[in-house]
Ligand binder design. Structure first.
Ligand code: FAD
Length: 542
């Protein structure tokens, strides 16, 4: 049974009081997928949990991924069989507990000749065996005739064959929110815009953290029997709050995606392409765009929320498109959206970023702080279980098992998204073109979103009044950026809508949160600046 808690922005003060007055088994630092997934696993095992996030939920790497729930065929080529197996199996589980956040898609490997097709097929067969893929979901081989029907824009002169296998597309930030609300439904307390600034000791053990509310400026302490650092790219920064001389641990790698309007690259499936330097990138159709990614380059500037997208990144990602598709070549001016994220990889000295294993690693600090780094979105549940093993040791307690089939909020349906969309149109008054996207974003909870308001916020655009209310009252949105980037996601899948919606969203939030006119103006200008910055490949626009 999916249990969902509400994280209301209207309740921030009450949450701060409860955090300050409570004493928790576990204090988690970082509200990306690692922190949110661990919070839910811990709460479902009966632990009392406090989760603190410096910015908005999922503001770090967990909103900038390729959004694939995948076993990573390329990790098979790197010989990381255990990681491939674990993540391939994990795909099934995420599909079971959150079918709205795991959309089956064909991943198409175009081949120049039959020999390449046979090579890919052999690798895919191993992958499917490792992941116990059901017969109905196994790969298919496409001839030139099949390709003409399935993906007509592929340059069939150069790529007359293809092997297509199943992967799942997710929504990374919404997967974080679903885990977070699942944790809160099980009793966890969660606060965003609450950076941890100090780790406090008692009798030589980490026993509390000092937190600042980034909105009001107030400071408070949260006490915990075990402190877990799940701060992603910032994991070293947080670790050094407790252990200032801790040696380097991470190798940050920047990954960029760019989006072009769907009409410029109208494809149906996920296409796999090789870059000039023989790496693999994807072209993924979604909403009003097709996005291309990702790069994988060492990032030496240290962790930051918005690593820059550079012109060289954009050109690198556009280059293969001309070789794979019979379309008018894409140019930098075709790019309508772009994002960069930092992978918090565990360093392997001497290896370039793209060859470093994505495996996770846990370190226990001298005062008992548990830090976790590495890993993938796909493997967040096994990572959480590993962390809880260390937490149980620290607490000197055996933790009960959790039900692995317990659905995430919105995930309590049989996976028939079309059926759910049909119900939304006929039973809940969803505008016809919005029903399927709403079902994809919110699962069964879309009915409650629609009950809050089914009118488009911007004429003709798929962003409803109820989505803003839901984001504020149930999903803890504090700013306009939170809604457009990490709730409704239009900044990614419909950037033109996002630009139109900035002011209407600000005005709707003002009504809910009692903002004065000055705050509305600040929000509008900050969000517009953010959207402009996404496309400022040669440096900030100012
Ligand atoms: P984050 O999401 O960064 O979360 C850490 C959080 O800690 C941040 O929100 C930050 O604000 C917070 N924080 C930092 N300091 C403090 C503090 N002092 N107090 C409180 N909070 C703090 N994986 C897949 O499975 N599939 C993919 O398709 C995929 N594609 C990827 C593509 C790219 C370009 C990248 C970069 C990664 C990709 N990954 C993918 C990997 C995956 O996205 C990451 O492994 C995962 O999101 C990391 O999550 P996290 O919670 O560890 O870090």
């Amino acid at each position: 049974m999916a249990r969902a808690g509400s994280i209301s922005t209207l309740e921030r003060e009450a949450t701060i009081t409860a955090l300050e007055q409570g004493s928790f088994d576990l204090v988690l630092i970082g509200g990306g997928i690692t922190g949110a997934g661990t919070a839910r696993e811990a709460a479902s095992r009966g632990l009392s949990v406090a989760l603190l996030e410096a910015g908005d939920w999922a503001i770090g790497t967990s909103s900038r991924s390729s959004k694939l729930i995948h076993g990573g065929l390329r990790y098979l080529a790197m010989g990381d069989v255990a990681l491939v197996r674990e993540t391939a199996l994990e795909r099934k589980q995420i599909l079971r507990i959150a079918p709205h956040l795991a959309e089956p898609r064909w991943m198409v490997l175009p081949c120049r000749n039959r020999a390449t097709l046979l090579k890919f097929r052999a690798a895919v067969q191993v992958y499917e065996t490792l992941g116990s893929v059901s017969r109905a979901d196994r790969h298919v081989n496409w001839s030139s005739g099949d390709l003409a029907r399935e993906e007509p824009l592929i340059a069939r002169g150069a790529y007359p064959w293809a092997c297509a296998y199943r992967e799942y597309l997710t929504d990374d930030a919404r997967l974080v929110l679903a885990n977070l609300r699942g944790a809160v439904g099980l009793g966890a307390l969660a606060l965003s815009y609450a950076p941890v600034e100090e780790i406090l000791l008692e009798h030589g053990r980490a026993s509390a953290v000092r937190v600042r509310c980034a909105r009001s400026g107030c400071e408070f302490r949260v006490r915990g029997r075990c402190i877990v650092n799940a701060a992603g790219p910032w994991v070293e920064t947080v670790r050094r709050l407790d252990e200032p001389d801790a040696p380097d641990w991470l190798h940050l790698s920047k990954g960029v995606h760019v989006a072009v309007a769907a009409e410029r690259l109208p494809i149906h499936h996920i296409l796999v392409m090789n870059t000039a330097d023989r790496r693999t990138i994807f072209a993924i159709p979604r909403g009003q765009v097709t996005y291309l990614g990702t790069t994988d380059t060492s990032y030496r500037r240290g962790p930051e929320a918005w690593p820059p997208v550079e012109r060289a990144d954009v050109e690198y990602l556009l280059e293969p498109v001309t070789r794979y598709f019979d379309i008018e070549p894409l140019a930098v001016h075709d790019v309508v959206g772009a994002w960069a994220g930092l992978r918090p990889l565990v360093a392997q000295p001497g290896k370039p970023a793209s060859e470093i294993s994505r495996k996770d690693e846990i370190l226990i600090g001298p005062h008992g702080v548990v830090s976790i780094a590495g890993g993938k979105l796909t493997g967040y549940r096994p990572m959480a279980v590993n962390v809880l093993g260390k937490v149980a040791q620290a607490l000197g307690q055996t933790l009960p098992d959790a039900d692995p089939d317990d659905e995430l909020p919105g995930g309590d349906f049989d996976g028939d998204l079309d059926g759910l969309a049909e119900k939304l149109t006929h039973g809940s008054g969803a505008p016809a073109d919005a029903a399927r996207p709403l079902a994809r974003l919110y699962g069964t909870e879309a009915q409650r979103v629609l009950a809050l308001g089914a009118e488009p916020l911007v004429p003709g655009a798929r962003l409803l009044t109820g989505e803003v209310d839901w984001a504020v009252c149930e999903e803890g949105a504090v700013t306009v950026e939170d809604i457009l980037y990490r709730r409704n996601r239009s900044a990614y899948w419909a950037p033109a809508v996002a630009r139109e919606a900035v002011e209407p969203v600000a005005r709707r939030m003002a009504g809910l949160l009692g903002w004065p006119e000055e705050r509305v103006r600040e929000e509008v200008s900050a969000t517009r600046a953010r959207l402009a910055c996404d496309l400022a490949f040669d440096g900030p626009l100012e």
